[in-house]
Write a protein of this length. Structure first.
Length: 339
């Protein structure tokens, strides 16, 4: 019953927003006429309409990323630093140029900067650290100290994926990090797939949970699938007020005769190649989230009481009036006007 009410409210908000905006002939395309969403006139990094916007940016994309796009974000996750099994952290990818870039974004737009800490091995460095109480304490102190010295705002953890017998150790690691981060006013977030849930105590230890709600079979990350995945994450113990709805800025193949699921193209590439319409979600055998779908997801996040939305990854966006980040900002502004 509650899920149906949320979805009905979402549809109602869509109707209200549309009736109050200058839409021309573009359906749900919420940009006011004459605006350029990639370069808005004012900073939108405050949680407009109570919604945060977190964007991941791989280190290798910094050189091609337009820093003005960071004005659409409340948080930017620099992806990624590597934990070492001795309890220290490798930050060789964080060059002086990258430091300057990130600090400029923070200064100019007020965007919080989080360091991404990742491990894609089940028995890698995070496993070694999490399983040893002394290493957990050492790592938490080292990371917190590093963030304070560098002037960053926190860290995001992406372990893909701890096994069932590692869940307790991962929870203990996050709890230890929480204690160290709280002392220093740092933010702690974690990226989670709904198919690989953490323990409820782990969710309680972090400030935000970044739901990786994409890469499912077929047409990945449709609005209907995402609504169900949000419900499943809440059932797993994630408080809605901590959950960010993950949005892909890329398309995947899904047809039996076209490109395979393993074939992925960025939204930027798809837009340049095919000149997509705002209502479009499929092209040449690829399924992606176009402007209208992204806007509906933002509206759903608001009505479901979520913390906001998360993007993988912002270097895949455009910077003109087809920008998905711009669409997110304009939807947040429209929703804020309804409050």
């Amino acid at each position: 019953m509650q899920k149906n009410v949320v979805r009905a409210l979402s549809a109602l908000v869509v109707s209200i927003v549309l009736s109050g905006c200058s839409l021309g002939n573009l359906g749900f395309y919420l940009y006011p006429q004459g605006s350029t969403p990639g370069i808005s006139e004012d900073s939108t990094t405050s949680p407009l309409a109570g919604l945060e916007v977190v964007g991941y940016l791989p280190a290798g994309k910094i050189g091609s990323f337009n820093p003005s796009q960071a004005r659409h974000l409340t948080d930017l996750v620099y992806f990624t630093l590597s934990p070492l099994s001795n309890g220290t952290l490798s930050h060789a990818v964080l060059t002086d140029n990258h430091r300057d870039f990130l600090k400029k974004i923070k200064k100019e737009f007020g965007t919080r900067i989080l360091m991404g800490v990742t491990d894609h091995k089940q028995r890698g460095a995070l496993s070694a650290i999490a399983s040893d109480p002394a290493l957990r304490a050492k790592f938490a102190n080292n990371l917190a100290t590093f963030l304070v010295i560098e002037g960053f705002d926190g860290a995001d953890f992406d372990w893909e994926y701890p096994s069932a017998d590692q869940q307790g150790a991962y929870t203990a690691l996050l709890q230890g990090l929480r204690r160290q981060f709280s002392l220093r006013g740092l933010k702690l977030t974690v990226a989670v797939s709904p198919s690989r849930p953490l323990q409820p105590e782990a969710y309680a230890a972090v400030d935000r949970v970044h739901g990786m709600l994409y890469d499912d079979a077929g047409r990945h990350s449709t609005l209907e699938k995402v609504e169900n995945l949000v419900d499943s994450m809440v059932d797993q113990g994630v408080a809605p007020s901590k959950l960010l709805l993950g949005i892909p800025f890329y398309g995947r193949g899904y047809t039996s005769r076209g490109p395979a699921w393993s074939s992925a193209l960025s939204y930027k590439t798809l837009q340049k190649r095919y000149q997509l319409s705002p209502a479009q979600d499929t092209v040449s055998g690829y399924y992606f989230n176009g402007i209208e779908t992204v806007q509906r997801k933002v509206q759903f996040a608001k009505n479901a009481g979520l913390s906001g939305v998360m993007i993988w990854e912002i270097g895949q966006d455009t910077t003109d009036d087809s920008s998905l980040l711009g669409a997110i900002t304009q939807t947040r502004k429209a929703l804020a006007r309804l409050n």
